[in-house]
Design a protein around this ligand. Sequence first.
Ligand code: ATP
Ligand code: MG
Length: 285
Amino acid sequence: MSASEQPQAKQDRDPTTLVDWELRFNDNKHAEGRNVEVEVEKLNFWYGDKHALQDVSLNVFAKEVTALIGPSGCGKSTLIRCFNRMNDLIRDTRIDGRIRLQGQDIYEAYQDPADLRARFGWIAQKPNPFPNSVYDNVAYGIRLRGLVETHDEMDVLVEDALRKADLWSEIRDRMHEAGTDLSGGQQQRLCIARAIASRPDVILMDEPCSALDPTATQHIEDLIGELRKQYTIVIVTHNMQQAARISQRAAFMHLGKLLEDGDTEQVFLNPQTDLCKNYITGRYG
Ligand SMILES: Nc1ncnc2c1ncn2[C@@H]1O[C@H](COP(=O)(O)OP(=O)(O)OP(=O)(O)O)[C@@H](O)[C@H]1O
Ligand SMILES: [Mg+2]
């Protein structure tokens, strides 16, 4: 790495953000062209009277990792549940504003919510494989989307998804064991394989490592780095080191508002608001 490519020199930074981020920005180059995959425009969301998202606007760029950060209750999960219309399933909620996936408004009447949920792969906080075999966990989405006609074709797609999730070599002889019998880290990679198998455009991850040990977490982080070559990823994380390590973009939320977003390097080294600065340096949140 040449000197000009080095992250901003420490002495040039605001002294209050002098945290030793393990900034992998040198291999976190932005995707060519930086196409916008998901565009959020003036999004408002209410649970009953609770105004949980207030005028949130955000661009999620294709084939980049966008980290959503902010203190508990600020609306991170609510926002990504609006992306795949999971909030539709909660009673007494209201949404206003626009979310476009590849330019198309996902709340237009012609959009099929089930299809949208497949286009936004979902990885939950706690690994949640179905109580079926490893094979059937992955085959589920492929069947649902009618992607194959024969068993052989199914075998190929299941293997492909497990390889992409970096699980194949560990699991190839255990395809008929229950997914729930795997280790926590393997279960989370199985859930990633299940999500990938449905050929999503975007992968949404809500604190995917919070139930995992450091080794399994490292494995998932490495995997996210690989996956972003093919997928757009939005990840919620409370781990600031993790956000710095794996994301190219970061968005800081506070009390339902998106206070700042930008390249991760900029948000972590030169936060524009005191709230964000205090949060990422661990003084608040
Ligand atoms: N199903 C619900 N019904 C009513 N209020 C809700 C519901 N889910 C979330 N909220 C409220 O909306 C706000 C945003 O919640 P959300 O879960 O999106 O926050 P978060 O940033 O993901 O928090 P955390 O970091 O703790 O997961 C909070 O005040 C929360 O209490
Ligand atoms: Mg949450």
